[in-house]
Each structure stands twice: as C-alpha cells, then as structure tokens.
Design a protein around this ligand. Structure first.
Ligand code: TYD
Length: 139
C-alpha cells in the first residue's frame, strides 16, 4: 500500500546553542534539512486574517520554521488533513511533494522561514485543489 504523503511530513528539531548572549539555531544541508537547498525565502508582515499557501508542489520539498511568532500549517493529502502549529524557532516542519498546504492563524510579527529544494518554478505548483486530488489519487 502506498504510504500517505502526510506520513512523510515531520516536525524536526533545529539544533540550537543557548548561552547568556542569546540563542543560535543552525541547519546543515542534507542533514538537519534532509535535501539539497535550492532557495530560501521568508514570509513576514502577514496580517492575522491572511491565509497563505493553498497549493501543493509536484516535486518541491520544503522545511518551514517559525523564526519568530506562530502559525498553523494545515496539511492535506486529498483524503485526510492534519494541522501543525509552528511556534518555536527550535523546530521545523518538513513538507514533501504532493501535499496540499494552507498557512493560517499568523500571530503578529511572525517571520516564517522557508527552505526549499529548488528555485521558484510556477510549473511545479498545483493551485487548484480538485486538480491536486485528481493528481494525487491517480493510480
Ligand atoms: P504565492 O505562491 O502566492 O505565495 P504563498 O506561498 O503564500 O501561496 O506567491 C506570491 C508571489 O510571489 C507569486 O507571484 C509568486 C512569487 N514568488 C516568487 O517570485 N518567488 C518565490 O520563491 C515564491 C515562493 C513566490
């Protein structure tokens, strides 16, 4: 039986060094981030009633970290859904390909750091949920 794409998503620790001067978190490619890094971008200044995402990626993998603040990430595989709250810079959410995601309930001043496996490519997006379900459930 095919594994659910949601089971391939995971909350992973971001290694962090704490001392009296403050905290330092770091990520090594192909280690703490389990893919080769093609791009980094960040969302900030997001109004609290804003919903972002609303798409899946055919191939892209992403690792999401709430570097500041908090948000909910709703993950859907076309059958079930799961909500992950990101609210600390010491953990990140790995999202594999072919997982629908919506980002919502941003707290004020949230900065969401996104590490992605490839540069931006609009042709990698599935932006229509019905198309996503058809693609993901196809044999
Ligand atoms: P969009 O996909 O709507 O953002 P979200 O992930 O919140 O759904 O992207 C918003 C705009 O930014 C859209 O015009 C595409 C552009 N964009 C880039 O140019 N480069 C990028 O790396 C990303 C993620 C988006």
């Amino acid at each position: 039986m095919q594994t659910s794409k949601l089971e391939q998503c995971a909350v992973l620790k971001v290694p962090t060094v704490n001392d009296a001067r403050g905290n330092l978190s770091f990520l090594n490619e192909l280690d703490h981030v389990p893919f080769a890094i093609g791009r980094v971008y960040f969302l900030w200044g997001v109004p609290d009633d804003s919903v972002r995402g609303g798409h899946a990626h055919k191939n892209l993998q992403q690792f999401l970290i709430a570097a500041s603040g908090a948000l909910d990430v709703v993950l859907r595989d076309g059958v079930t859904e799961q909500t992950v709250r990101l609210d600390k810079p010491t953990e990140g959410l790995l999202i594999g390909s072919m997982v629908w995601r919506e980002l919502e309930n941003f707290s004020p001043n949230t900065v969401l750091l996104v590490i992605a496996s490839a540069p931006y490519d609009e042709s990698d997006y599935l932006r229509d949920f019905d198309d996503f379900v058809s693609a993901t459930l196809a044999p």
